[in-house]
Design a protein around this ligand. Structure first.
Ligand code: NAD
Length: 297
């Protein structure tokens, strides 16, 4: 409703709820005497933001009972050396999930590395086989598919707002067409029966397009690109962007202060989509475990 304040979607609370459910799944595995789910996060070099992300990932894994550990490699690593590490992890029965933190240094062929990960252990969902499965599935399900973590987390938040089947027929506009967020997000929204438009840097009349969106997912990386008057009153807005702006700290791709007066529901930055990404990685680790070890207890 125009004029009313939007519901602020609490990604921290949603992520905590998801983590709690996953922790009890891990306890059930333990109680049944199953092997401990293992996640290995490969980090190359000492990029500070990447270091922070990977530490959070292994810490959250440990908190819910997953054996999460870092595999640290120097910035000078070659494609062949990294392929050898991935090969060892593929063959290691205590490793159920493998994540190679991006970006990789320029001398490494990132596409070759991602394609070398065992698709059953590919907890980022970036392997071409998993990308193909996602796009070929009419009803993508995180129970059987390894789906990129950020879009998976976004779908969890949307389910909380709209309920089962509640997105059917909605016009969803996705801003951004990256392999990590935009494209898999579009596939998941199609699977939820939305009519989906994917916009990007060459799209004409972005503002007009956004005004026709019942659901808007912004994954661009431009601070406060989306203005309040770009929104349809009552729209659901997921702000994936994380932009560090001097004097403002972290801001999203949406002008939150303006949007909150127009949208029906909106995620803040920080505390919206971000926490769901890490929780979804844990969800994928248990899906990968199930794909390898069999049904959970
Ligand atoms: P990317 O740079 O790979 O892709 C950005 C996309 O935005 C491109 O497809 C580009 O065409 C489009 N774009 C650029 N300028 C545009 C414009 N003016 N209008 C419309 N589209 C435009 O980025 P990405 O990896 O998809 O990440 C996008 C943002 O999401 C970044 O801020 C990133 O930090 C953030 N991110 C957050 C999480 C999370 O967990 N919250 C996870 C991944 C990425």
């Amino acid at each position: 409703m125009a004029g009313a304040m939007a519901i602020i979607i609490d990604g921290k609370a949603a992520a905590a709820g998801l983590r709690q459910g996953l922790a009890s799944e891990v306890r059930a595995i333990e109680a049944a005497g199953g092997p401990v789910p293992g996640l290995r996060v490969v980090i190359v070099g000492d990029h500070p933001a990447s270091r922070t992300y990977v530490r959070t990932k292994t810490k959250v894994a440990q908190e819910i009972g997953i054996d999460g550990a870092l595999v640290e490699l120097p910035a000078t690593v070659t494609t062949a050396e990294l392929l050898a590490v991935v090969g060892e992890l593929n063959d290691d029965p205590t490793t159920h999930g493998i994540l190679v933190q991006l970006p990789l240094p320029a001398q490494v062929d990132a596409a070759r590395i991602l394609a070398a990960i065992d698709p059953a252990k590919d907890v980022d969902g970036f392997h071409p086989l998993n990308v193909g499965r996602l796009f070929a599935s009419s009803r993508p399900s995180a129970e059987v598919l390894l789906v990129p973590c950020t879009p998976l987390g976004c779908m969890h938040l949307l389910a909380g707002v709209h309920g089962p089947g509640g997105l059917s027929g909605a016009h969803a506009v996705v801003l951004g067409r990256s392999n990590i967020v935009g494209k898999p997000m579009a596939a998941l929204l199609l699977g939820a029966d939305c009519t989906v438009t994917v916009a990007h840097s060459k799209t004409r009349d972005l503002a007009g397009l956004c005004r026709s969106a019942d659901v808007l997912v912004a994954a661009v990386g431009r601070p406060r690109l989306v203005q309040g008057d770009w929104l349809k009153p009552g729209a659901t807005v997921l702000d994936v962007g994380i932009n560090r702006v001097e004097g403002l700290g972290l801001v999203g791709d949406v002008d939150f202060e303006a949007a909150v007066a127009v949208a029906g529901a909106i995620t803040p930055v920080p505390g919206g989509v971000g926490p769901m990404t890490v929780a979804s990685l844990m969800r994928n680790t248990l899906t990968a475990y199930r794909l390898q070890v069999g049904a959970l207890a």
